[in-house]
Design a protein around this ligand. Structure first.
Ligand SMILES: O=C(O)CCC(=O)C(=O)O
Length: 276
């Protein structure tokens, strides 16, 4: 796509977070920040991301032949490395600053970005903890999840188990097989509330920590649920020795050359916001 990068909306200006949102994020492990990006500022970035997904998604099997992961979404990662326009979106200081302020840290690094497009008729995203996959020795991690189009509740909005992040790692919650029943029972037993944010506008963003249990229902509409995510962690976080195939694969892909016990700071993990 040819777009004059400098003419695109600048996404660096600060967004003043309501202190109540910060408190809610720290208490519940998730929060909705409405209008983090104005819809009119998002248009060209959204088009670039949708185009990048379209050209990279490859040949998809019919839905009924896919596994749980394949049904849940089309996932394309680190698009910032592929397209200048997307790099400008992923490196937006406004987003990174919101992530830092929600976590209460002075600076954040990029872990990776990922487009998560749930097709019309796509399956549920089962309950999981993201940090199950991450070789990071910190609980200061957060995902920004931003719809690129207006979402209706039928398209599969995020659902969170409020307060689940306070208990750390629950063990294997890989997105595979039929794990929904197990986690539903677990969440019920703990008595956590499970709010969903339902309908969202393009440019709204939910944030959740790496330990917050979350899921998303099926997309029962016929439209593509176009969502972009950016994962951040506190600058200074250390690499955790990988103790599973998932964390080893993530280390190799997203913190290449990272050494356990040393700062997670490869060239793929630039600082995206630091308080002045
Ligand atoms: O988009 C989804 O369906 C799930 C997203 C998710 O699990 C995440 O961003 O951590």
């Amino acid at each position: 796509m040819s777009t004059a990068i400098d003419s695109l909306p600048c996404l660096d200006s600060p967004y003043t977070l309501d202190p109540g949102k910060v408190a809610q994020f720290q208490r519940d492990g998730h929060a909705l920040i409405e209008g983090l990006c104005a819809p009119e500022d998002l248009t060209e970035y959204a088009a670039a991301i949708a185009h990048a997904v379209d050209v990279r998604k490859g040949d998809l099997l019919p839905m009924e032949q896919r596994d749980t992961y394949g049904k849940a979404f089309i996932q394309i990662m680190n698009l910032w490395r592929e397209e200048e326009v997307i790099r400008r979106y992923v490196f937006a200081k406004r987003f990174a600053r919101a992530a830092a302020e929600l976590m209460g840290v002075p600076a954040v690094r990029l872990y990776h970005d990922q487009a998560l497009f749930k097709e019309g008729g796509g399956g549920a995203t089962p309950w999981h903890q993201d940090q199950h996959y991450w070789p990071l020795d910190t609980d200061r991690t957060v995902t920004l999840w931003m719809p690129l189009i207006d979402l209706t509740p039928e398209m599969g909005s995020m659902t969170f188990a409020s307060g689940s992040h306070t208990e750390g790692y629950f063990g294997d919650s890989a997105i595979e097989g039929n794990t929904m029943g197990h986690w539903e029972a677990f969440v019920k037993e703990r008595g956590w509330a499970t709010p969903t944010y339902g309908a969202l506008r393009a440019g709204d963003a939910t944030f959740h920590t790496g330990w917050t249990l979350h899921c998303a229902p099926e997309n029962t509409s016929t439209a593509m649920r176009a969502v972009m995510t950016i994962i951040y962690y506190a600058d200074g976080a250390l690499v955790k020795a990988p103790d599973s195939k998932y964390r080893q694969a993530d280390l190799d892909a997203w913190i290449p050359g990272g050494i356990p016990g040393q700062p997670a700071a490869s060239p793929l993990n630039p600082i995206l916001y630091a308080k002045e």
